[in-house]
Design a protein around this ligand. Sequence first.
Ligand code: PGA
Length: 259
Amino acid sequence: MEIIIQPSPEAACRYVAGRIASLLAAKPAAVLGLATGSTPVGVYRELIHLHQQGEADFSHAAAFNLDEYLGLPPEHPASYHHFMQENLFQHVNFNPGRTFIPSGLASDVPAACADYEAKIRAYHGIDLQILGIGSDGHIGFNEPSSSLSSRTRLKTLTPRTREDNARFFSSLEEVPHHVLTMGVGTIMEAREIFLLAFGTGKADAIAATVEGPVTANVPASVLQFHQTAKIVIDEAAASKLQRTDYYRWVFDHKPDWQR
Ligand code: PGA
């Protein structure tokens, strides 16, 4: 696990967007794993900028999103289909036939989840996955107690996540209770993972993820088992970590070939 502490969310987002652009340059048909929520918006803004500068071409890439609310149609303003259109897809040149988000309108949920897993396999897996983290330590919508080997499936949101996400809806009552989400096991198969977190509200979750035990009670802690997971955070989200001096030293003294 590599802990990368950046001076600001903007710097962190620039760093991750740069890594995505490098991947696309090296592998134009790369398969990206995308996330929603407030955290990755800066990454998408930077990717749009890079695309406009001619430095990020998505025309051969594919994208799989982590999750969607059950019951929300794609045009609902709080749906993740809508979020992705607004924040990334309509501004860059993905082939729409190669972008995938679990369907919030699936009538046969287990079949839709199995199809999603099969589609990821058909694309030979995810090269680079972006993650946010919930204040309760969730990744995707894998809430505490999620199996660490889970696959795409239905999950029930905790009251805390519904409250955290109520800002995207007109009222708390409107936030769905159920979601479709890639599983923890699905996420762990991504070849490279960047988890981003900003602000003091994420400091406890980051400390538990990085320096606590691996436990289903903090699903993100499973990233300790991932070979290339990078935790990209600002100073505030790093504020409860014990070993920040070490993490900074490691990052500042990487050999050139590792940069
Ligand atoms: P946020 O959500 O980026 O809106 O804080 C993160 C998450 O729930 O994974």
